[in-house]
Write a protein that binds this ligand. Sequence first.
Ligand code: SF4
Length: 422
Amino acid sequence: MEYSTRPLAPRRQSRPVWVGAVQVGGNAPISVQSMTNTATTDVAATVAQIEALVAAGADFVRVSCPTVESTKALAAITSRASVPIVADIHFHYRRAIEAADQGAACLRFNPGNIGKPERVAEVIAAARANHCSIRIGVNAGSLERDLLDKHGGPNEQALVESALRHAALLDKAGFTEYKISCKASDVPLTIRANRLLARQTDAPLHLGITESGSGKTGSLRSAVGLGTLLGEGIGDTLRVSLAADPVEEVRVGLEVLRSLGLRQRGVSIIACPGCARQQFDVAAVASRLEERFAHLLVPLKISIMGCVVNGPGEAAEGGIGLTGGGRGTHQLYLDGKPVRRITLNSLATEGREGAEDTEGMAGGILSSRHTEALIAELAQEIEAALEEAGRASVSETPAQAPSESATGAVPTATAPPRQADG
Ligand code: SF4
């Protein structure tokens, strides 16, 4: 049995825009991006962080360019980075021109913020000459005064009018290689603004909840906001903004997409919450395997289920599955089929003297030795499955032509490439 990974709603039709070699919009997979928090002038640290983000699954990465020194450093960064780089420009048009000249693949830049039309024309000319796209980024916290007055505050009408006003400047110059974001820290406002915007432009939309908060809170807020929009077919690229290591942003972004069946890149761990029936420490095994295989970019579903109540059904869905069995004997599944038992019964009974239960539900089965032994066995199986499939355990080329299985089955070398979101 395979569960459906059919998206909840048809994807909104947007025109394709390119960020370097990565297509955003059209039928391209929804891309995941993040932003460095190193000093851009520190080229080594910035490139190292970019590559850490790429290893986690980022399709492209944004870098702040607040000063002329930072745009100078961009040349070395863009030539060493393995993914396209978006230059984050806020106010100074010269930084935008410099960034385009130094190899940025996209400028995050609002043409209405830089004043004179000649300056806008200069930036557009630099973007054109360097095959650089633009992202218009509107935030509720920095809306134009006249729009706040007109609409009575930072609401969705003000956000969308601001975005379309910037877009009109690019349209007027015949420059259509742009995407748009409308962000707020307020989740319902972000949702309403993007719904409204989606009806008024065919530009690709970049989704995000701005200043969403620290790890757990920010991840949840982003998942609710982005998930709602993506579930309606809205959104072509996303950034989860967290007050945390940016690598987490990429992991959360991919998980949001995986949860909706929109992308399958990387390991997806399905684990039961565990209860008195669990035959091993489900939480420990699941979190340790998630950590250990976080670097994998090939799609792989791993189900970790504490007992036979739901285990076989979940494992039958494909990928690699483990179901807890009595007396320290657990069942391993590959591609939905039971392949062998992992027997740890000597560890299962350890420390259980005097225990009353007869099903092996306490004592040794939850011990750290049992957990470690199980993780080691399972990790070996996962590595072997990947090796046998002829796929490297690290990396696939990001975004352009993903080979993403819809089922999360153990990856095979012969599986045809597939665009996850059609
Ligand atoms: S699968 Fe078993 S161990 Fe896990 S929550 Fe359900 S009943 Fe409990």
